[in-house]
Design a binder for this molecule. Structure first.
Ligand code: 2M8
Length: 447
């Protein structure tokens, strides 16, 4: 679909208005009501959006997020910044992160888990979009962020991968794709899941519980938080006793791409990027690629997660299976198999799809639900990562289609929604979702 010049300007204005409306000055609410705090990977995408409007503001977003970094290097998944007028459940009291020495001196309350490390991709994009005249001012700020990002990646490559497998271990479904069927079996193993009385706000806020995780899921999410809290968020203890440890191929692929992005910025960040940082980043990226290659199935053309506790493969068809594409695989055979899988009837080639976009879960999976969050809907940020990765891999025609279809989907639905029904193309979840508007700004400026 072609975006005309006139509609492009209008859409840019509407997308910018979403970021301005959710702007809290130095950080951005993930959405106006459903997610009133600062979320980690949302902020990275949001920074890309801001970079099209104001590069200084874009960097501020990342700086604010990293001001809540733990001494271990972990960047928390939520930084609780909203006031009491903007309720969110579960709040900081459920996490009680002061039990961890790594979070004790933080200026702000946070959660104790993390999300995919898209931040270095954002930093590189912000720098690319920095006008020549602003570069002398922006460069020292990039240099200041750089070692923090290296520490973040070091945490993931070491504490989250004690086996040095190249694959990141996730501790909680909230570390990215909440109710994805990828976690169903591991959650079903949790028998005693009574976290105490609680009242959810998300289902009443949205008005349609079928678009959100179930209470069964929430019982387990909250119980797992309790388990992590009991471990005082200590990675070694978590590894010894936590019941939910999964090698997440999507998270791992993002780390590979993010390591490559930091290497791209190393000369610019000099002297903040030391020789040993560069070696580490290259090693982690290499190890990540090898780890993903070990999880790749030539038969399905997909990569599969792995349950550390049971030793089982998680053989489901979800967007995460495209980890080699997200990681920028250098293996031509793997790429060809992934492209075939991408446009097969299991994914973008499914005749029921309104747009040829990657759904979060394949419509061919028994667990697929077209309206339910990460169990089927199309997420623009995931399609941004797909577009970006396909472009870097030289598949520019297919990347252009992803961009065009994504813009078409948002324009037709008339909303920068959190996610979309893959069959009808209609808006789902929160309206005015910041990261959706942010990637729309990037797409509108690219092509
Ligand atoms: C969703 O997750 C939060 C919990 O972190 C929620 O459901 O309340 C997920 O889509 C997550 O990936 C995202 O970062 C967050 C804010 O957009 O919402």
């Amino acid at each position: 679909m072609t975006v005309t010049a006139e509609s492009r300007a209008l859409r840019r204005e509407r997308a910018a208005a979403v970021l301005h409306a959710n702007d809290a000055g130095s950080w951005t609410k993930a959405s106006p009501r459903l997610y009133p705090h600062q979320w980690s990977w949302d902020s990275a995408f949001i920074a890309i959006g801001w970079a099209h409007l104001d590069v200084r503001r874009a960097l501020r977003e990342l700086e604010q997020l990293f001001s809540a970094q733990w001494t271990t290097g972990l960047v928390p998944h939520i930084v609780f910044r909203a006031g009491p007028g903007d309720p969110y459940f579960p709040g900081p009291e459920w996490w009680d992160c002061a039990v961890s020495p790594a979070a004790r001196n933080l200026p702000v309350k946070t959660t104790g888990i993390c999300q995919p490390p898209v931040h270095a991709l954002a930093l590189r994009r912000v720098w690319q979009l920095t006008p020549e005249a602003l570069r002398p001012e922006i460069r020292p700020r990039v240099q200041a962020l750089y070692p923090k990002m290296v520490r973040w990646h070091r945490y993931l490559a070491t504490q989250r991968d004690p086996e040095r497998s190249g694959l990141v271990t996730t501790y909680h479904p909230w570390e990215g794709t909440d109710n994805s069927p990828r976690w169903d079996r591991a959650l079903a193993r949790i028998e005693v899941a009574k976290p105490g009385p609680y009242t959810r706000l998300d289902t009443s806020e949205l008005g349609d519980p079928s678009q959100r995780p179930t209470d069964w899921d929430y019982d387990r999410y909250l119980w797992l938080v309790g388990q992590l809290r009991e471990c005082r968020y200590d990675d070694e203890q978590i590894y010894r006793q936590h019941p939910f440890l999964i090698k997440d191929v999507f998270f791992s692929a993002v780390l590979v791409a993010a390591n490559a992005a930091l290497l791209d910025l190393a000369d610019l960040a000099d002297p903040a990027a030391t020789a040993s940082d560069r070696e580490d980043l290259a090693r982690w990226a290499e190890r990540g690629r090898a780890g993903l290659a070990g999880r790749f199935s030539a038969e399905s053309g997909l990569c599969h997660d792995y349950d550390v506790r049971t030793g089982e493969d998680i053989r489901l068809r979800t967007f995460a299976g495209f980890a080699p594409i997200f990681a920028g695989t250098a293996d031509a055979g793997q790429l060809a198999a992934q492209l075939r899988a991408l446009d097969s009837g299991d994914f973008c080639g499914n005749p029921l799809l309104r747009w040829r976009l990657l759904p979060s879960t394949s419509p061919a999976e028994p667990a697929f639900e077209r309206h339910n969050y990460w169990r089927g809907p199309v997420w623009p940020v995931i399609n941004w990562l797909l577009w970006h990765s396909l472009g870097s891999l030289g598949c520019s025609a297919r990347a252009d289609e992803v961009r065009g279809d994504s813009l078409g989907e948002m324009a037709t639905a008339g909303e920068f929604a959190e996610y979309f029904d893959p069959f009808a193309g209609t808006a789902l979840g929160s309206p005015q979702q910041s990261w959706t508007a942010a990637v729309a700004l990037d797409w509108l400026a690219s092509g």
